[in-house]
Design a protein around this ligand. Structure first.
Ligand code: C5P
Length: 256
């Protein structure tokens, strides 16, 4: 089912008060400006579960905004299952795990997510596989003994993730079309590297606009600095969601 607002705002800071302020500003009701909030490794290592509950409190969650917990888990199956168990009560919509961690690790994560959801009476978190980090190129892969191009390796890992029962993957905007074709219409493709037309790319090299990414077949878009560093983060998020929505409408027409 397409998300109503496909924008997940990446709140990349260790400043707890700043994170709480930003989240309140963009995600509070009655109509949140974003579809969800992404908190990652740096925030979680600094503040853990209590920090999540403080910065992203129940009244904000109640508006229906999603929660993307981007921890990129990668360890032996038992430890990854333990990680999934440890965060289940936070009710993440999405949890990330490295798709290259092996079939047993993927299965352990999938089984544990289902088990904990049933035990706690919560919706099962969706598991997204990390394929090839966009910071790696073909020569980095070769140095690590992988003789595929980054694009081919991303496709291979996305298919492995799908076989392993994951709900989708994180991918670069450039990979959306290929992975959509390879993995089918229901596989979730969540993509960072999004910049509204005319915005600064920063350290992102291969970017797409929200409209282009939705047209290419993305499920959800992760947007950080264009929202968090805007003078008015709420207005910026609304403008990006509007642009993404237009892309989605065009995609539907194209596919009809
Ligand atoms: O500020 P910006 O929009 O570039 O933020 C993008 C977000 O997506 C950050 O949280 C970053 O860690 C994350 N991300 C990324 N590239 C990946 C995976 C995650 O930019 N390949």
């Amino acid at each position: 089912m397409p998300l109503k607002n496909p924008i997940y705002a990446a709140i990349d800071t260790v400043d707890l008060a700043q994170a709480a302020r930003l989240i309140q500003r963009i995600a509070a009701g009655p109509v949140p400006a974003v579809g969800g909030i992404k908190l990652g490794l740096e925030f979680f290592l600094a503040h853990g579960a209590p920090g999540v509950r403080y910065a992203f409190p129940e009244p904000v969650r109640m508006t229906g905004v999603g929660f993307f917990l981007d921890l990129k888990l990668h360890d032996i199956p038992n430890t990854v299952a333990g990680g999934v168990r440890a965060v289940a009560a936070l009710e993440p919509t999405y949890i990330t795990i490295h798709a290259g961690g092996g079939a047993a690790m993927l299965k352990a994560a999938v089984d544990e997510a289902a088990l904990q959801a049933a035990k706690l009476g919560l919706k099962r978190p969706k598991l997204l596989g990390v394929t090839v980090l966009t910071s790696l190129d073909d020569s980095d892969l070769r140095a690590a003994g992988v003789n595929e191009t980054a694009a081919d390796q991303a496709r291979r890992l996305a298919l492995l993730a799908r076989e392993g029962g994951l709900d989708g993957v994180i991918c670069s905007p450039q990979e959306i079309a290929t992975l959509r074709a390879a993995c089918g219409p229901d596989f979730l493709l969540v993509t960072p590297g999004i910049r509204p037309a005319g915005a600064a790319a920063g350290d992102q090299k291969r970017v797409m606009t929200p409209r282009e990414a939705m047209r290419a077949g993305a499920t959800a878009l992760v947007v950080g600095r264009p929202i968090t560093e805007a003078k008015d983060p709420r207005a910026a998020a609304e403008a990006i969601a509007h642009e993404a929505d237009l892309g989605d409408k065009i995609r539907v027409q194209v596919g009809a």
